[in-house]
Design a protein around this ligand. Structure first.
Ligand SMILES: [Zn+2]
Length: 259
């Protein structure tokens, strides 16, 4: 594969990343994706074509609105750069195969969850639920009749969360706010539909470790709000990518070493 082809995919990633940012922020706040057109949330000025170029616009305007000077969330360039780099990583790992379609949908959904959860503490059902249907459709293409394994994995994952939630309510005897919101569970159903059961459990394990690490770092940096809302999606994204690309190897190594 030529460098030129990687560049095309990186550019495509920037454009799609820009669209995913809009999906994440608008769908999670219950807005339409298409209306109104992109505008500054502060002064409502509609953005012109030069202000809609992914990454470049943000750097040129030094992260501020051209009209009113309000600072623009750094999540926009982060979402765009993240999508572009994950697209390139997936092309490198899978080449031009049917699996690449699953991989691109996989990273896109993770980016939407990451951006929406970081900005608003929510993961938009209106993106993740159609993504579950779409990834199962793609699994019919890549795996034929074996798609039942992925569907069963999603059902089993739901059962795992149902039991965790049920026992937590039993023990806490109240609706204590937990790190697992409804959106996190939906995101794990998506991961199960894409990766199957064992890699989903590995993702859950790695994400819990990372989430704990993030919480500890957050708590030591600012002890007063350390008990506030714990965002889980930033930990799910790297955990899911590692499980997807290197999970089989990790599990093989684990069972060879400890059994
Ligand atoms: Zn403005």
């Amino acid at each position: 594969m030529t460098v030129f082809f990687y560049l095309i995919v990186a550019l495509l990633g920037l454009l799609i990343g820009s669209f995913l940012n809009v999906c994440a922020l608008r769908l999670a706040s219950g807005m339409s994706i298409v209306r109104p057109p992109s505008h500054c949330p502060q002064c409502k000025t509609r953005l012109g074509p030069t202000q809609l170029i992914p990454l470049i616009s943000y750097l040129m305007q030094k992260g501020r609105c051209k009209h009113c000077g309000t600072s623009i969330s750094a999540l926009y360039p982060v979402g765009e750069a993240l999508t572009a780099s994950l697209f390139v990583l997936m092309l490198w790992q899978h080449g031009l195969t049917p699996e690449l379609a699953v991989a691109l949908l996989f990273v896109s959904t993770l980016v939407v969850a990451f951006v929406a959860d970081s900005a608003l503490g929510l993961i938009p059902f209106r993106f993740v639920v159609p993504a579950i249907a779409l990834v199962l459709g793609l699994r019919v293409w890549t795996d034929g009749l074996d798609v039942w394994q992925y569907a069963a994995a999603a059902v089993a994952t739901y059962a795992v969360f149902f039991v965790i939630d049920w026992s937590r309510r039993k023990m806490a005897r109240d609706d204590a706010r937990a790190a697992f919101g409804g959106g996190d569970v939906m995101l794990f159903l998506f991961i199960a539909a894409a990766l199957g059961l064992s890699l989903t459990l590995l993702t859950l394990f790695l994400a819990s470790l990372l989430g704990l690490l993030f919480a500890l770092v957050g708590f030591s940096l600012s002890p007063q709000d350390g008990r506030g809302a714990v965002r889980f999606a930033p930990a799910i994204l790297p955990a899911a990518i590692v499980s997807y690309l290197w999970g089989e190897t990790l599990l093989q190594w684990y069972f060879a070493t400890f059994s």
